[in-house]
Design a protein around this ligand. Structure first.
Ligand SMILES: Cc1c2[nH]c(c1CCC(=O)O)Cc1[nH]c(c(CCC(=O)O)c1C)Cc1[nH]c(c(CCC(=O)O)c1C)Cc1[nH]c(c(C)c1CCC(=O)O)C2
Length: 319
């Protein structure tokens, strides 16, 4: 999940004075930052240090990642003319990511590395709004009002995303995660009509790659079934839906990932332990369960609680 490193003092130290996008383009720095939470917490897998907007910047869009805000796009995409600024990418455009993955695979040994990308809808929302949004007004206005432009934009984004993920797979990642973080803003019918075909194209494009595909969004209780059908091996679930309920919706063919509320980590160890045990018990009804938080780690989280949580999950799941 995003911000895995942000609660760590060693992360804040190494990032001091280096912009977020700049740090994603330095393979040695990416390697060190990716390894930090693995060393500290003994988690079972590493998540590549990068961001969902990295391939969009490589495609020619002028953007920045502003601390405390998120991605901000200088000139949002609103017309067919604007779309020309979003070029297709080649693996060379994101060569620094391939280099980072190669360095990491060598360092990590038996610990798997998870690569990732943003899904077309979530990326489109940043490009159209120009930054984070609560209502997705301009995004939905284009989706409903200019379906041709919408489909052209999401098609271009799905091609960029697929190239970005294939580059990571070719460089050696063991699994990929497709983040459609903001798809929860949509009804199931609209998700299926306007978004799912584009995410499905990305996930289908990875079928022969031989790596598990995780598909995650926030507030997606009504979309879980469709997000699985889009072509995922594992569906990521936020904390709002218990994993046993999620499993009934997703069906017996896919595993689940999740879903401890990141806010629980502020409630004291007894609560953390009780809730983590509940998540593990509810996840046991799925054909496979990857324990995780239901969304990203808050920067204010006490790293020692995270270390203890990982140890607890190891202890419970080894029995
Ligand atoms: C929506 C989204 C983004 N980025 C990402 C998503 C999908 C996952 C999710 O839903 O959280 C994915 C992401 N972003 C980052 C990772 C790597 C994992 C990690 O090391 O934490 C991952 C997997 C690094 C990051 N990406 C970002 C940070 C923090 C910036 C910093 O450290 O300077 C990190 C470590 C910035 C970012 N980037 C984005 C947001 C909303 C923010 C937060 C802005 C803020 O609150 O400061 C866009």
């Amino acid at each position: 999940m995003r911000q895995a490193g942000r609660s760590l003092p060693e992360y804040r130290k190494i990032r001091a004075g280096v912009g977020m996008l700049e740090s994603c383009r330095r393979p040695e720095l990416v390697t060190e930052i990716t390894l930090q939470p693995v060393r500290r917490h003994d988690v079972d897998a590493a998540i590549l240090f990068s961001d969902i907007v990295v391939p969009v910047a490589a495609a020619g869009i002028d953007l920045d990642i502003v601390a405390g805000t998120g991605p901000v796009v200088a000139e949002p995409i609103r017309t067919a003319g604007d779309l020309e600024r979003l070029r297709p990418i080649t693996p060379e455009d994101v060569g620094f990511v391939a280099e980072s993955v190669r360095l990491l695979v060598a360092e990590l040994g038996a610990t798997p590395l998870i690569g990732f990308a943003g899904a077309p809808f979530t990326l489109a929302s940043y490009l159209i709004e120009g930054g984070p949004s609560r209502t997705y007004l301009k995004t939905k206005a284009m989706m409903y009002g200019q379906p041709e432009l919408w489909n052209a934009l999401l098609t271009r984004l799905s091609e960029i995303t697929l190239t970005f993920l294939r580059t990571q797979v070719d460089a050696g990642v063991s699994a990929v995660q497709l983040f459609d973080s903001w798809a929860g803003a949509l009804s199931e019918a609209d998700y299926r009509q306007y978004v799912m075909p584009h995410s499905a194209a990305v996930l289908r494009g990875l079928l022969g790659a031989g790596v598990p595909r995780i598909h995650f969004g926030v507030g997606t209780a009504v979309l879980l079934e469709a997000m699985g059908e889009a072509g995922a091996d594992v569906v990521g679930v936020d904390w709002r839906t218990p994993l046993d309920v999620a499993t009934k919706r997703i069906g017996p063919d896919r595993s689940v990932q999740g879903n401890l509320d990141p806010a629980i980590l502020f409630a004291g160890w007894e609560t953390v332990e009780r809730e983590a045990r509940r998540v593990l018990a509810q996840g046991a009804s799925a054909p496979g369960h990857i324990f995780n938080l239901g969304h990203g780690v808050m920067p204010e989280t006490d790293p020692e609680i995270l270390t203890r949580l990982v140890a607890l999950v190891h202890d419970v799941s080894s029995r």
